[in-house]
Design a protein. Sequence first.
Length: 293
Amino acid sequence: MDTFDGLLTLTVFLPLAGAVTIILIGTTSRIIRLSAVVIALADLAMAAFVVIRFDPDSHRRFQLIDKLEWISSNNFTAQYQLGVDGLSAPLVLLTALLGLCAVLASWGISHRVKEYFIWLLVLQTAVMGVFASLDFILFFVFWELELIPMYFLIGIWGGPRREYAAIKFFLYTLFGSVLMLVAMIAVYLKGGTFDIPTLIGLAKQPGHALADPVFQIWAFLGFFVGFAVKVPIFPFHTWLPDAHVEAPTAISVILAAILLKMGTYGLIRVNFAMLPAGMACLLYTSPSPRDRG
């Protein structure tokens, strides 16, 4: 059933719309900077309204739902579905707040100013989309979209070794994304949908194919590697020092304060919530004789 609140869609896509506006009307560096500040400030106000409207006492876990049919074919279906719960709503607000801080901290950028602020706003939309997506296809689109602005922001406006750092970041994340995509397809084949809340429910139903512990172990590993690269967790962490050192100051702040949380968010939203049997089997260790005694 289609439903459309609209607030989350506006919050997620306002920075992207602002980037398009800057492309069309941005002429001088001052106008571009002021436009970026206004857009980021407006998006922060919308994100704050998201948190204000979210009701923690409601019986509904996911709220402010925007749900429309997106892809429909004989092979698979996917929906445009956004929503927030107690985990994602604060992250949407944090993204908007740090986005404004990054715009203000980038006031001194003097090289290719227009392109810089365009990519910065596109990055904000991508990260917000990850936190708000409730459909795996949409989640993956936003997850991959984040790679593009980060690659250019580090590779063009970074330090002396910026090209190396940007390519290393891109390749590591792309490697993790491939495994994550394979796990998503496997989950779809078992669950018959890309709808994340529905899959979370099916995975907890005894006897359902998605609740099979063996399947959950393999799916858990696929998702885990994809998210572990973004956290990052050893041994997938070596891209981080280069990216932090070479990235512009504002982008380094966004990387530490927001982007690294994407991996942890994925682990909580998918691995822990959707694949609990896989997590339990991987973390379980048989008690020693001393413990049994």
